[in-house]
Write a protein that binds this ligand. Structure first.
Ligand code: ASP
Length: 303
């Protein structure tokens, strides 16, 4: 039978709040996705490959570059994948691995859709996935120091995230080691891909938000919140995860697109849900179009 084929399409973001000058990292991930499509013509594999590329970069808050939690030492990451035929794989609060998206890819082929914490880590180890080298890249440590200083100077965790205004960090502290004396931003990566057969996929990977307690899970591994994909569209969100989750942003945007709202209009509507103090961004791809939106700077690429 004759099958209509279309040129494949890829849209990448490097996180709400990332400088646009980092878009070269997104362009590289877009190239990786296109090369994967040229080889396999499979949106899922291409979206996974794009996320791996960004997890390797070290600048973005995902994989190797993941932001440190409030203890200034450890990371817990979230990642997810979904396809237009309804397959989902996700991990939440996974420590130690370098490619959470690869673990999400393994979960997608198992009976569950979301694995968390230690169980997710052991699942990853059973699948033979690579573990992080000791210590984060230097810039992750520098970023943590800047965050720490801002909090210390303001005497308020709200200095780096409005959701934390006036919050008693010492009372909430839940790490094994005692809370530091200084206690009184965020970003992530994502890709949406369409292959030549019109199949769509979304990938999402993040080190989480700042500040972050132990065990905190954001929107990124939650279906409908940080991501959604179906026959009509692939949607991927970035920004303060708790706020994104409250609005169930990705499923909401998907439904707008399914009703015939244009990608541009859907992105504008989504951005309008958030005040400027709540960093937010998204990328969407449909059968025929694609768009992005954000209320702050956001590294991105399209191919
Ligand atoms: N949405 C991610 C989270 O809250 C962070 C981000 O997109 O910047 O974990």
């Amino acid at each position: 039978s004759l099958r209509m084929t279309r040129p494949p399409s890829v849209l990448i973001h490097g996180g709400a709040g990332t400088p646009e000058s980092w878009s070269d990292g997104c362009e590289q991930a877009a190239e990786v996705a296109l090369a994967s499509l040229a080889e396999n013509d499979d949106a899922l594999e291409a979206a996974t490959a794009a996320a791996v590329s960004l997890e390797n970069d070290g600048r973005f808050n995902a994989g190797w570059g993941s932001t440190l939690r409030l203890d200034g030492e450890t990371v817990e990451m979230d990642a997810s994948l979904m396809t237009s035929d309804g397959r989902i794989g996700a991990v939440a609060a996974i420590p130690e691995v370098i490619h959470p998206i690869r673990v999400a890819r393994e979960v997608l082929d198992c009976p569950h859709i979301l694995l968390a914490g230690e169980g997710a880590l052991r699942f990853a180890q059973n699948s033979g996935l690579e573990v992080r080298p000791d210590g984060p890249p230097p810039r992750v440590r520098e970023r943590f120091e800047r965050t720490r200083k801002k909090i210390e100077k303001a005497g308020d965790l709200g200095a780096v995230n409005v959701r934390w205004q006036g919050v008693d960090g010492k009372r909430l502290w839940n790490f094994p080691d005692p809370a530091p004396n200084w206690l009184p931003g965020c970003d992530t990566i994502g890709a949406v891909v369409r292959d030549s057969q019109g199949r769509l996929a979304v990938s999402n990977s993040t080190g989480g938000a700042v500040p972050m307690l132990s065990g905190r899970v954001g929107d990124s591994p939650l279906p409908g919140a940080g991501f959604w994909c179906g026959p009509e569209a692939a949607v991927c969100a970035t920004g303060i995860g708790e706020e994104i989750t409250k609005h169930l942003v990705s499923k909401t945007v998907y439904d707008w697109l399914a009703e015939g709202v244009s990608p541009e209009e859907a992105c504008a509507r989504a951005v309008a849900l958030f005040p400027e103090t709540i960093h937010f961004g998204l990328i969407v791809l449909t059968a025929t179009g694609g768009a992005s939106g954000s209320n702050t700077t956001m590294a991105q690429a399209r191919a």
